[in-house]
Design a binder for this molecule. Structure first.
Ligand SMILES: *Cc1c(COP(=O)(O)O)cnc(C)c1O
Length: 375
């Protein structure tokens, strides 16, 4: 029997191999490898795609979040609210700049920050909220922005998993004050290495981010205004991303079709909760994440996952441990049971194979396998 991988980057590469090779050759012969006009051109195209005035390319999604917090002058003594059910990078950058992450529980249906619990977590020290459009599902940005503006708090959208997703007809990353993107290879717009971008409609923030990205250097060469970092995007990655950006909508549409087929095929399975696209939004399905529920049976999800693996079907657990219970955050003093929805999700979630080139036969194999494993 054929194996079904969780994702397959080679298949996508093969569909555009000639274009990529030509672009890579051009960069190699140009002798211009870091920054330069190719990077600027990609920045403009990405800003246009996202629907913002400015996009600043950088070295990773993690750096994008770091640069966003620095640009907003957030630091020691400040609090930043975010979700405990995300990749560590979202909270890690809050700690790296010396601020305190404050975790708010998630909504059971969307896996995103529970907006209804947001206001109770806001204090005088709260300087920003970082909503994460997890798995490619947009957060309800209308309600979130209303709360943020009432309390005069900045909003940084962690859009790392959601490039192209929309809320109320607007692309994520263009609704908050700053948007952060990752071009890690498995994201919907993936480079052939690390990469990221910050988006904003505020030209002052954009120019601060540009400066911080390059050692805090002002327009005058070797004149440094602030402590910055080195977080430039390689010209090679910009050239590759420029090509891939042209296919992004097509690939996101393919993901939506695969999600719709999963929904159809998985519908009558008892104990399997399937994800729903939020009404008012458009998801881009970086992951297709189901819940396996069996009351009082804690190891159930892991058992199903092992059985699937024996059938040659790879699935993934994003994320097995919520951030508020991570060893690194012990000093924040959270207790088990304090953010119960996120904790339960960590026990129940399973992400099924999802990538634009996944075939219908493979999808069927996944679903039949799952049916076999569910007792
Ligand atoms: C991938 C990811 C990041 C970090 O991006 P990198 O490019 O890997 O640094 C941040 N937040 C979320 C939600 C992510 O999925």
């Amino acid at each position: 029997m054929n194996k079904v991988p969780p994702f397959n980057l080679t298949r996508q590469y093969q569909t555009i191999a000639e274009e990529i090779s030509a672009a890579v050759q051009d960069v190699l012969t140009s002798g211009c490898y870091i920054g330069g006009s190719l990077v600027e051109r990609f920045e403009q195209q990405f800003a246009q795609y996202t629907g913002v005035s400015d996009s600043v390319a950088c070295n990773s999604g993690t750096d994008a979040l770091y640069l966003a917090l620095r640009a907003l002058q957030i630091g020691p003594g400040d609090e930043v609210i975010t979700t405990p059910f995300t990749f560590i990078a979202t909270a890690e950058v809050i700690s790296v700049i010396g601020a305190k992450p404050v975790f708010v529980d998630i909504d059971a249906k969307t896996f995103n920050l529970d907006i209804a619990k947001l206001e109770a977590a806001i204090t005088k020290q709260t300087k920003a909220i970082i909503p994460v459009h997890l798995f490619g599902q947009p957060v309800d940005m209308t309600t979130l922005m209303a709360i943020a503006s009432e309390h005069k708090i900045a909003v940084i959208e962690d859009s790392a998993q959601a490039v192209g997703a929309e809320w109320a007809g607007q692309k994520v990353g263009s609704i908050g004050h700053i948007g952060c993107f990752s071009f890690y290879p498995t994201k919907n717009l993936g480079a052939c290495g690390d990469g990221g971008a910050v988006t904003t409609n505020d030209p002052v923030l954009a120019s601060r981010i540009r400066m911080l990205r390059e050692h805090g250097m002002s327009r005058v060469r070797y004149r440094h205004e602030e402590t910055g970092i080195n977080s430039r995007l390689d010209a090679l990655q910009a050239a590759i991303l420029e090509i891939k950006l042209r296919y992004l909508d097509q690939w996101n549409n393919a993901r939506s079709e695969i999600a719709a087929k999963y929904q159809e095929l998985l519908q009558p399975l008892p104990g399997v909760v399937i994800p729903q696209e939020a009404s008012g939004g458009r998801a881009v399905w970086n992951q297709y994440t189901i819940r396996l529920t069996k009351d009082g049976n804690d190891g159930y999800r892991d058992k199903v996952r092992d059985q699937l693996q024996q059938l040659g079907i790879s699935s993934t657990v994003y994320y097995p441990l919520p951030l508020h219970l991570q060893p690194v955050y012990q000093d924040l003093g959270y207790q088990v049971g304090q953010l119960p929805i996120a904790e339960q999700a960590c026990h129940e979630v399973l992400s099924l194979p999802m990538f634009p080139e996944l075939s219908f036969e493979e999808q069927q194999q996944v679903v039949y396998g799952l049916k076999d494993c569910i007792s």
